[in-house]
Ligand binder design. Structure first.
Ligand SMILES: [Zn+2]
Length: 372
């Protein structure tokens, strides 16, 4: 019993010094996955830290206090990484809307494959941690007489085993609700796969490429930079590394400037599907501009931002998320400002962040009735 007061003081010191790191982790996890368990634990730990702070001050344990202060300040700085931090408005875009001659019969369909339950705070700086947001995980089918294209693939048939390869913390912070895969949706509607010419990735993260193995024999188009990114390894591209290497087909940007981007690739030389390099989220990320007959225009920007607010308010991803993903802040900033300028100059272009359900509102979902 004689040692109890010393043991108790040591425990209290541990709470104030190590507790803030655990609190930061819990806050990050809750923002990723708004589970009441994370929230309750974080609240209890906050109360414990504050209580122990009071005890240390009252008993003048200044050594413990001196160690606790930087730990708690670091926790506050970490949380500040979720505060709003909008980029300045970009210079106005002067480029004319590029001409396009989309062929008759061209059409666009969404293939939602699942949902990830997150918060607004996860999606962009300044988002509320109390506002739950559903992150769509979808593929998009572009029907084109020269060959259909699937932009990204959403969750595939082997997503469970793919996720087993992800780090433990990533799985802890991920709450997936799966629906039918893109391949299953197409097959169920009697889609003839011989029409499918390419899978086109906005980038090579797990939720873009998960369904690629469900389309054996279909080339997966990636930029040279993204192919290199996949080859460098790392957990972010583990799923892509599991795709048959022979499926990847690299392409370059042999076209001219497009809406402020210096290079482009016109996939079918008719202006209907134009790809531009948009590095930042990953080194070889791209934006895919799709123009349909009737001049309906879309820009699939992948994960440049996760929600509309990202480009409307020019608020980037929170510091922790951007760091974990390994974003290039300089390239990201340039690309985001470019997209922001396009959104301001040409509001008729529907900008589709990959995870924002609002982006897909004007795109019909694939169904049997869509087959002609
Ligand atoms: Zn991504």
């Amino acid at each position: 019993m004689a040692h109890f007061p010393q043991t108790g003081a040591a425990l209290l010191s541990l709470v104030v010094v190590a507790g803030p790191a655990v609190l930061g982790l819990l806050a990050g996890l809750y923002i990723c996955r708004p589970s009441p368990y994370f929230l309750a634990t974080a609240i209890a730990l906050t109360a414990a830290i504050l209580g122990c702070d009071g005890w240390i001050i009252a008993h003048r344990h200044w050594i413990a206090g001196g160690l606790a202060l930087p730990a708690q300040i670091a926790c506050l700085i970490f949380l500040d990484g979720y505060a709003a931090s909008p980029l300045p408005a970009p210079a106005p875009l002067s480029d004319l809307l590029p001409s396009a001659s989309p062929p008759a019969g061209m059409a666009l369909f969404a293939l939602p494959t699942g949902m990830n339950r997150r918060t607004a705070a996860f999606a962009y700086r300044g988002g509320s941690p109390w506002e739950k947001r559903d992150f769509v995980l979808a593929a998009v089918l572009v029907r084109h007489p020269k060959g259909d294209v699937v932009i990204d693939t959403g969750l595939g048939k082997t997503i469970v085993s793919q996720l087993r390869q992800a780090p433990c913390l990533f799985r802890l912070g991920t709450n997936l609700e799966r629906s039918r895969t893109a391949a299953d949706q197409l097959d169920a509607a009697g889609y003839d796969r011989k029409h499918l010419r390419y899978i086109l990735l906005t980038h090579a993260h797990w939720d873009r490429v998960s369904g690629a193995p469900d389309f054996p024999g279909v080339p997966v188009l990636v930029t040279v930079a993204e192919r290199q990114f996949i080859g460098e390894g790392g957990w972010a591209t583990t799923t892509a590394q599991g795709v048959n290497a022979a499926a990847f087909q690299e392409y370059t940007f042999d076209g001219g400037a497009y809406l402020g981007f210096t290079h482009s690739r016109d996939l079918y030389d008719d202006g209907s599907i134009v790809i531009v390099p948009a590095p930042g989220h990953t080194p070889g990320s791209v934006i895919v501009f799709v123009t349909l007959p009737g001049d309906a225009r879309f820009a699939f920007i992948g994960d440049l931002v996760w929600r509309f607010e990202g480009f409307l308010e020019r608020n980037p991803l929170p510091w922790f998320e951007a760091k974990t993903i390994g974003e290039d802040p300089v390239a990201f900033r340039q690309t985001l400002l470019q997209v922001s300028a396009i959104a301001t100059r040409y509001p008729q272009i529907t900008i589709v962040p990959a995870h924002d359900p609002r982006g897909y509102a004007g795109i019909p979902e694939w169904s049997r009735s869509t087959l002609r």
